[in-house]
Design a protein around this ligand. Structure first.
Ligand code: BGC
Length: 760
């Protein structure tokens, strides 16, 4: 979007105090205020994120009232599984065109909160448990929408990872975890795609509402990352208007009924708010308003074209979790299609993102045209009731057929914006029927319709599982084509499927209470399961294809790098199967320096590549300095340690095919803080103090009878093993040296002073 060339400062100088305060809150549910006498238009914003929810009449933020007929693209939980920036960007372009056609200035999305727990009711709207993937998807989506001269509002900033008490609870998260897990998706999006607006979240972060968090909205977002647009509140997220404005919250949404505006006017009048702060907020808002209004263009709403794209996006994203030779189905086979979701797919989630779809494809619409396919409902798609008659009919149908496919999933009431799931199970009636069918039909596949992982008690009893997530309005026809091999699955999980809810790292600290402690720290999703070497149902990045791929010749652009360099890792990927397909090549970085407690490995790059049978392509993935960094709380900044890093390249987090080692020669050093409680072990571990450490250890050893000292005979000698002596010497703080009379306190302080100069 072109930047407005208007002289906004001059315009603002003509505005009254009341008009300026008025610009800082909505006129109604969806419009900003205009100022007619000055030619400031009243522009509209609308949800987002996976289609346009433009309400023409009664407005609400919970999806209650109707919106215009539009296209429901695959929600983020599914589109992230495409691992395809191009695809997500095109989805953005299409949503942007629809918004332009409908005169919507800002689309409220993408939503990029990290999936901390599978229970979050809104996970279907979010991309991933992984911050790198979330950031890449978000940047692609924003670039796509904004290429159509329509703004975006990346949300919900920040640490809004549950629905329970979402408007008041405090997410208690340490700095390192915020920086490494919960903020990077926003950071990447801001740096790569400069969204026109950011939507702050409802919750508090470490006791301060996001809507009045100066650190978050000003220091981090603007001063560190360079965000240029305006910050709007989530609908009703303002706690105190004037502190919010001072913290960097420009626009309160929706309307505050004039309350917030009056408070701003009063604060300027009584001198508690500098008018310059208000002027700056108005300028930020007006810049985005005019960027839109001055760059409008004629667009037509291409419903049919967008529907066709929605199908392709779903096909490229759905994940084949398991396939023991059962799929694709063959035209000649008799297939029993079972389950209410085949005719009534659940294709989107409830709440503010709910699209009024102009058409919905069910899988049965496509499958019913086939001669040898039968349908039995088995169970309803909307409630959990085991109906004996329906179940019996389904079991009989499955028994008669060559193969059976059960269309299972979570009913709407099981997951939605506004509340979290209580458990990770499918409706009982579905689990029971799947087990019963598995007893009579060994060739059984399950297609899942869900916004977030489910437990699969029948995992070992079925031959194939297709994770369709919430497929968008064309998801049904995409499923049909994937089942019959008209399309080859190429989606990869953007989140781990744990075996059971209790395995999830946030299990003991999720949901209830006014404060939610993020005690698992940076160990979210696969970062946790891998660190604990736990078995999972399906790992992050996993997804099968109807073809196979081989990896060879991993190489680096350089074997050593500095903390300022980018490094390219290349690998040759060959389609070794009989059909064309797409592989998602994933690059993970493993820190071998041992300087910090870090995940086993972290995703730092990926590329999706399309290959004909027999074809080989070289895939290149570029790693930047941040790919190696961790956030150091003491330094308040990112840190890259010198030493070895392994680059692991593969088809999923659990299927690494090639690896190579890089030596990092970083100019960054951790500061030395030596004091009387520094241990000898710490001195020995750091090359800057190793010599001093050796010297002091010798003195300790001599004193305690370590190496070179005389070993006492009898009971006392036996009580101290060599290992124990060593451990005690290493853990000894320097003050012990004076305590035991080995050196005087003054001598120790003198030595330390000498070494302090090495701190930088
Ligand atoms: C949601 C936002 C949404 C807004 C407007 C809020 O309840 O949290 O994501 O954009 O409503 O509908």
């Amino acid at each position: 979007m072109e930047k407005s060339k208007r002289n906004l400062k001059a315009l603002i100088a003509q505005m009254t105090l009341e008009e300026k305060a008025g610009m800082c809150s909505g006129a109604d549910f969806w419009h900003l205020k205009g100022v007619e006498r000055l030619g400031i238009p009243s522009v509209m914003v609308s949800d987002g994120p996976h289609g346009l929810r433009k309400q023409e009449e009664a407005g609400d933020h919970l999806g209650i009232n109707d919106s215009i007929r539009a296209v429901c693209f695959p929600p983020a939980a599914l589109s992230a599984c495409s691992f395809d920036r191009q695809l997500v960007q095109e989805m953005g372009e299409r949503i942007g065109k629809e918004a332009q056609a409908e005169n919507v200035s800002v689309v409220l999305g993408p939503a990029v909160n990290i999936k901390r727990s599978p229970l979050c009711g809104r996970n279907f709207e979010y991309y991933s448990e992984d911050p790198y993937l979330s950031g890449e998807m978000a940047a692609a989506c924003i670039s796509g929408i904004q290429s159509q001269r329509v703004g975006t509002s990346i949300k919900h900033f920040a640490a809004n990872n549950q629905e329970y008490n979402r408007m008041s609870c405090s997410s208690e998260v340490d700095d390192r975890t915020l920086r490494e897990i919960y903020l990077p998706a926003f950071e990447t999006a801001v740096k790569k795609a400069q969204p026109k607006t950011v939507m702050c979240s409802y919750n508090q972060i470490n006791g301060t509402f996001a809507s009045e968090n100066h650190w978050l909205l000003t220091e981090v977002l603007r001063e560190e990352w360079g965000f240029e647009g305006y910050v709007m509140s989530d609908w009703g997220a303002v706690n105190e208007r004037v502190p919010g404005l001072a913290a960097g919250l420009d626009l309160e949404m929706p309307s505050s009924g004039g309350v917030g505006d009056r408070e701003i006017v009063q604060a300027v009048k009584d001198g508690t708010l500098d008018e310059a702060v208000l002027d700056r907020a108005v300028e930020r808002i007006l810049r985005v308003v005019f960027d839109y209004a001055d760059n409008r263009r004629e667009e037509a709403f291409d419903l049919e074209g967008d529907h066709a794209f929605a199908k392709r996006a779903a096909e490229e994203s759905m994940v084949l979790l398991k396939n023991e030779g059962m799929l694709p189905l063959q035209d000649t086979e008799n297939v029993a299609v079972i389950g209410g979701f085949a005719k009534t797919p659940r294709f989107q989630g409830g709440g503010s993102s709910h699209i009024n779809s102009f058409r919905v494809d069910s899988a049965w619409d496509s499958l019913s045209g086939r001669a040898n396919v039968t349908y039995a409902q088995g169970f309803s798609a909307v409630e959990d009731i085991y109906d004996e008659a329906l179940a019996k009919e389904a079991v009989e149908a499955a028994k008669r057929a060559d193969k059976a496919v059960v269309f299972a999933g979570l009913p709407d009431s099981f997951e939605s914006e506004g509340y979290d799931r209580k458990h990770m199970r499918l409706p009982q009636c579905q689990n029971r029927l799947i087990k019963e069918i598995a007893c009579v039909q060994p060739n059984l596949a399950v297609v899942l319709h869900n916004g977030s992982p489910v437990e699969m008690p029948w995992l070992g009893d079925v031959k194939a599982i297709l994770e369709a997530y919430l497929g968008g309005q064309a998801g049904g026809s995409a499923v049909a084509d994937l089942l019959y091999g008209k399309a080859n699955p190429s989606g990869r999980l953007a989140e781990t499927f744990p075996l059971k809810l209790q395995d999830n790292p946030s299990y003991l600290n999720f949901g209830e209470g006014d404060q939610v402690e993020y005690r698992e720290g940076v160990f979210v999703g696969y970062r946790y399961y891998e660190k604990k070497d736990m078995q999972v149902a399906f790992p992050f990045g996993h997804g099968l294809s109807y073809t196979t791929f081989a990896y060879a010749n991993i190489r680096l652009s350089a074997d050593t790098a500095t903390d300022k360099d980018t490094v390219t890792v290349s690998v040759d990927v060959t389609n070794t199967g009989a059909v064309s397909g797409k592989e998602v090549v994933q690059a993970y970085v493993k820190d071998l320096t041992g300087m910090a407690k870090r995940p086993v490995k972290e995703l730092k790059g990926f590329e999706k590549v399309s290959l004909q049978p027999g074809e080989t392509k070289t895939v290149e993935i570029t790693l930047c300095p941040r790919s190696f960094a961790w956030y150091h709380i003491g330094l308040h900044s990112w840190f890259i340690g010198s030493g070895k890093y392994e680059i692991l390249v593969g088809s999923s987090s659990a299927d690494i095919r090639q690896s190579i080692t890089l030596t990092m020669q970083s100019a960054q050093r951790l500061p030395l803080h030596l004091h009387m409680n520094t241990t000898i072990g710490e001195l020995l571990a750091d090359d800057r103090t190793r010599e001093l450490g050796k010297k002091l250890k010798q003195k300790m050893d001599a004193f305690f009878g370590g190496a070179g000292a005389e070993v006492p005979e009898g009971a006392e000698g036996e009580a101290i093993s060599d290992e124990m002596g060593e451990a005690i010497a290493l853990a000894a703080p320097l003050r012990n040296l004076s305590g035991f009379g080995i050196c005087t306190k003054e001598q120790i302080l003198e030595m330390l002073a000498e070494y302090e100069t090495l701190s930088t």
